[in-house]
Design a protein around this ligand. Structure first.
Ligand SMILES: NC(=O)c1ccc[n+]([C@@H]2O[C@H](COP(=O)([O-])OP(=O)(O)OC[C@H]3O[C@@H](n4cnc5c(N)ncnc54)[C@H](O)[C@@H]3O)[C@@H](O)[C@H]2O)c1
Ligand SMILES: N[C@@H](CCC(=O)N[C@@H](CSCO)C(=O)NCC(=O)O)C(=O)O
Ligand SMILES: [Zn+2]
Ligand SMILES: [Zn+2]
Length: 403
């Protein structure tokens, strides 16, 4: 039940909402000082700082981030290999939280709403959004790539007066962040935020690569290169699409045990073979796979993933993010003879419209999330969490941001 008073909506049932709501009344319009992990330089440990977070301006939303996971793209930018990487910055883009306050003109969310910040915006008005051909949105992309907010091309974060860049329009390694309203998905307030934070990136990317980008049909043979969170979500998507064989390829043989739980039916370790891995797969599948997915970010593997596809129709989808300066290559004959090379961002999902539906699917137990979470730590442990990412046993580590 809800009561609207002076444009403010009160919900009786949601206690968390009420408590965040009343504390947000005290902070609205004020600078908030809170803890955040600041990346000052590539590869140097993140520093937990008291950061000042300015109030949201027109078209902006300030969010209290409750939980954030780490994605390999955070590590990629931190490593200095991202051509868009700017320092000092606050990384993080796979999170969930509660709206603390909104700027002028924001109509689709209110303080107290449970939300997932989306690095891929959806304005519903730009050429991209209206094309019906892509989930990419052009409205705020130049600002998010430059680490600033669109309104005044400035950052809302600072430490002792010195600006700190935003990252991917989300910067979720902070107890509070400011994002564009076109980058906020409002979700079911009953959904557990410590789980659905994963719907900010890795899991939708893998599922959507299969459902939206490749459009895998029942009976297809699928190869997945790299069995981290993204590759396992591809496996989950391929299983639900009715693939007949799902071949996992990874240089870490320990991945097979976990991958079986996500639908992988066969495992190949390139290290066990003298032949190029594309030839191994072509031999295993009577001429090649129907669909392959590169979930690593390695340009040699991208080539192998294309070349293991069946002549005439095989489609390969690039998901992995490769370092600055890296380029892909193959013989054009591979494409002339019918193979298709594609890529996907956020699995082709339109973020604001479709993330809430993915949350609903999770609530109905139609998609997994819990199974990808191997570790839980706090913001203060963030450097340890990055170390864990480079160990084979970690899929996703979720950080709690508030005590
Ligand atoms: N396009 C997008 O929208 C999008 C979204 C999320 C993540 N990503 C990218 O997807 C990639 C995968 O992310 P993740 O979180 O699953 O990473 P991850 O590091 O957890 O998984 C990578 C897997 O690849 C395996 N691997 C490494 N080198 C290999 C090789 N040469 N051959 C076979 N296997 C190999 C590793 O053992 C590991 O299991 C990253 O590059 C990430 O930046 C892209
Ligand atoms: N700044 C990077 C871009 C890296 C990249 O490709 N990002 C993916 C998301 S990775 C999420 O973990 C993406 O969706 N890109 C589309 C976009 O950024 O608009 C680089 O330049 O290499
Ligand atoms: Zn990511
Ligand atoms: Zn748009």
């Amino acid at each position: 039940m809800a009561l609207v008073l002076a444009g403010i909506r009160f919900h009786w049932k949601t206690n968390i909402r009420d408590s965040v709501f009343s504390s947000s009344m005290a902070t609205q319009g004020q600078v908030i000082t809170c803890k955040a992990a600041v990346a000052y330089e590539p590869n140097k440990p993140l520093v937990i700082e008291d950061v000042q977070v300015a109030p949201p301006q027109a078209g902006e939303v300030r969010i209290k981030i409750l939980f954030t996971a780490l994605c390999h793209t955070d590590a990629y930018t931190w490593s200095g290999k991202d051509p868009e990487g700017l320092f000092p910055c606050i990384l993080g883009h796979e999170a969930a939280g509660i709206v603390e306050s909104i700027g002028e003109g924001v109509t689709e969310v209110q303080p107290g709403d449970h939300v997932i910040p989306c690095y891929q915006a959806e304005c519903r008005e730009c050429k991209f959004c209206k094309s019906g051909k892509t989930n990419l949105c052009g409205k705020v992309r130049t600002a998010t790539g430059a680490g600033v907010m669109m309104n005044d091309r400035k950052s809302r974060f600072s430490v002792n007066g010195k600006p700190i860049y935003h990252f991917m329009g989300t910067s979720t390694f902070s107890q509070y962040t400011v994002v564009h309203d076109v980058s906020v998905a409002k979700i079911d307030p009953q959904a557990p935020l410590d789980k659905v934070c994963l719907l900010g990136c890795g899991v939708p990317t893998g599922l959507g690569a299969v459902w939206n980008t490749a459009k895998v049909e029942p009976g297809s043979i699928v190869a997945i290169f790299g069995l981290g969170t993204v590759g396992l979500a591809v496996a989950e998507g391929a299983k639900s699409a009715g693939a007949s064989r799902i071949i996992g390829v990874d240089i870490d043989s320990k991945k097979y045990d976990i991958a079986k739980n996500f639908g992988v039916t066969e495992f190949v370790n390139p290290k066990d073979h003298d032949k190029p891995i594309q030839q191994v797969l072509v031999d295993l599948t009577d001429g090649g796979v129907d669909y392959s997915f590169e979930c690593i970010g390695n340009v040699s593997v991208m080539r192998a993933a294309l070349e293991c596809c069946h002549k005439g129709w095989g489609t390969s989808v690039i998901i992995g993010v490769a370092a600055s300066g890296q380029e892909i290559s193959t013989r054009p004959f591979q494409l002339v003879t019918g193979r298709v090379w594609k890529g996907t961002a956020f699995g082709g999902f339109k973020s604001r419209s479709q993330v809430p539906r993915l949350v609903d699917k999770y609530m109905k137990k139609e998609i997994k999330i819990d199974e990808y979470i191997t570790h839980n730590l706090t913001l203060g442990d963030i450097n340890k969490a990055f170390d864990l990412m480079h160990e084979g046993g970690c899929l996703r580590c979720v950080l709690k941001l508030h005590e």
